[in-house]
Design a protein around this ligand. Sequence first.
Ligand code: AMP
Ligand code: MG
Length: 326
Amino acid sequence: MYVIGLEGTAHTAGVGIVSSEGDVLANVKSVYTTEVGGFRPRDAAAHHAREFPGLIRQALEVSGLSPGDLGLVAFSQGPGMGPCLRTTAVAARTIALALRIPIVGVNHCVAHLEIGRLRTGAEDPVMLYVSGGNTQVIAYAAGRYRVFGETLDIGIGNMLDKLAREMGLGFPGGPRIMEMARRGERLLDLPYSVKGMDVAFSGILTAAKAHLRRGARPEDVAFSVQEYAFAMVVEAAERAMAHLGKEEILLAGGVALNERLQEMARIMAEERGASYHCPEPEFLPDNGAMIAWTGYLMYSSGVRMRIEDTVVRQNFRTDEVEVTWR
Ligand code: AMP
Ligand code: MG
């Protein structure tokens, strides 16, 4: 069976095609950005509406399939921005109705975890999910994927993007902060906010801006912010591993493209005698393949949805999904 998956919770319109054997045949995307950074949900939704038809054609072309070969359509049902989610759902329903194939709505966070398991072979990991809007520590327990820790304010990627905007580096900020941090030398004082397994980033952002105003070298600010913020999330993930007795860490989300975060997570795993897992770069940020694959897992374990069941869920929580395929 071949499955097409549509991702569209936030910036990214992505289309992936996977086979029931877990081969990824296509994974294409277009990312909404603005000159000044920032995010206007309606504009992002308009971007997705513009891009999906071309992306769907492109994914079919790359995969070498024709529309008639598709047996299932999956889409990101939530969590995310209402306008973006609704646009993506309309595109998915259109495919389902036009091709007369079944449709399933997928939880975006669960999809990050499942594509990570598929690509890395991790079996029962603690996932450190670090993206623009989300920062969560997620693991499987008693039939569900549960959130064991999360940000109490803004997402870690959001914090990096805001700091980059303050420094005039443009969007997305994460990669530019990473470049700059390589030339950092001094560790500046910043708040380290871990509360249990939860973390917070607005204090770091405020303190970092204050350092910049007082004339600190931007390289040192970038370096220090990375050291503090990444140490915090790795500590939260490590605690979850210790409490749950899990021996694998899996990275997910666009911020996990960061080489320093990867290094810290790898060292933490080594020191605990655990294993470190990170999928290839194309599967870390939002992508269509993760939606297609998770849709397949759901469908093959018996999940069925009518068109009426495909209303979007802006606040769709990870632990609302009954994991029927494990
Ligand atoms: P996502 O929300 O998962 O699509 O990921 C987007 C976020 O990842 C944005 O906030 C980016 O700034 C961030 N990001 C991308 N590359 C890097 C990097 N190399 N280091 C840190 N953050 C990054
Ligand atoms: Mg994501």
